[in-house]
Structure formats: C-alpha cells, structure tokens
Design a binder for this molecule. Sequence first.
Ligand SMILES: [Zn+2]
Length: 240
Amino acid sequence: MDRVTHPETRPWPLNYALPALLAVLLAPAITTAAERIDFPSVPVTVARVIDGDTFAIEALAGIATDEKHPNECRYRVRLIGVNTPESYQTGFEQAQKALAALLPEGMVVTLTRDLDDRDGNNPFRWLAYVELPGGKDVGAELLKEGWAVAWRYLPNCRNHVHYQELMAEAWTNQLGLFALGMNAVYVASKEDNHYHRPDCPSAGQISPVNLVVVYKAQDFVTAGKTACRLCLNEAEDIWD
Ligand SMILES: [Zn+2]
C-alpha cells in the first residue's frame, strides 16, 4: 500500500489509498484458503463489465455462481498489469466503456496467468491477462488508448516493461485519461539517473527517443534512478 504523506501533491489515485486500505480491512472474511481455486484453462464467456479493469464471466461448471447474478461465475476477472480509475475518480465511466467495447457480452476470451492468478485483497477475483478472439491482449489495448496505466503488481510483472512503453506512447499523445487531465506520471531520460515530474524544466529537455514514462515512482527507484531535487523530494520515493 502506498504511503500518503502529501495528499495535495499525490498523483491519482494515491489520494485514495487510505480509504481503499480501510475497505480491505473492514471487508468481512468471506472465504477460507481452501475455497480459493485457480481459473480454468478453457475459454470463458464475458457476462458483464464491472469497471475499467474487471469483468464478470458466465457461470462455470463446478464453480459457485454469484449470489446476485446466478448466471455469472462468483469469481470475477481482474486484468493483470494495469489499473483504471475507481468509481469516484475522473475517467471511471470512460475507462469502463473502453473495456465494455473490447469485451461485449457473450464474447469468448482466453485467460492467461502470470505467476499468481489469485488476488490477495479479494478471494473472488482471478488475476489474468485476457486474450481476445483475434489474439490481441486486452490490457495492451486499454493502454494504447490511454484508458489504463501500467501498474506493477508483484509477482505478476511479465508484461510490465511492454505495458510501460504503451502507456508512455499514450501519455506522449495525450490520449484517453491523459486527455481528461490526468498527468500523474513520472518521466526520465534513459541516459540520466534522475526522474522528474512532467512539468519540471529538466523533463522538457528529454529527447523523445530517450523518454521513459512510469506511473509509480518506485518503478524508477527500482531501476536505480533518484528523484530530481528541483521538482521532487525524497518523500516522493514511494514503495508498496
Ligand atoms: Zn525535475
């Protein structure tokens, strides 16, 4: 969980980290480890998009159904490696529509796992890469359109560098969420050890061919870069 030290300067959605944490802590323990199961290797059918990165699938044989939606599997699918706005954040509806356009009801898709398909925060969410009938990756499509940001979820990081590149392109072209005013990214040059806020004078001097864009400062810290003293301070080195 991200620490919130300067809420007014925090990029989206870190202002909401505390409420999210409380929601997790206050949620009733509704399952035991024994009930947690892996997702099937067979294709699944889209039932309904929940938000920009989560959707419901049709009921699967031998797996519990949703209490309120008996035709749906109780387990929902959460895309790995991306994040989209929550319902109280700018861009939520647009991101939700973008996922619904990619995943219409009744579409048959394939789920692929990274290292761990189980969600530590929600036992009824499966973490998966989702492949469309033509082979395209749903997370990548959202990133290309700017409706998601690349988000590093340990240990599931197989596509993270590629996802960052797609997000950087959308950011450079100011698409999707970035067109709506979300500018909460950090930038750096491949040839320099410091990272910046996008509005830092030094950021403006980075050659486009060397530009790297990340959503979480810790991605730069992990890569050995340090915060620019002009536009950031040490507190900006955020860790999960
Ligand atoms: Zn700077």
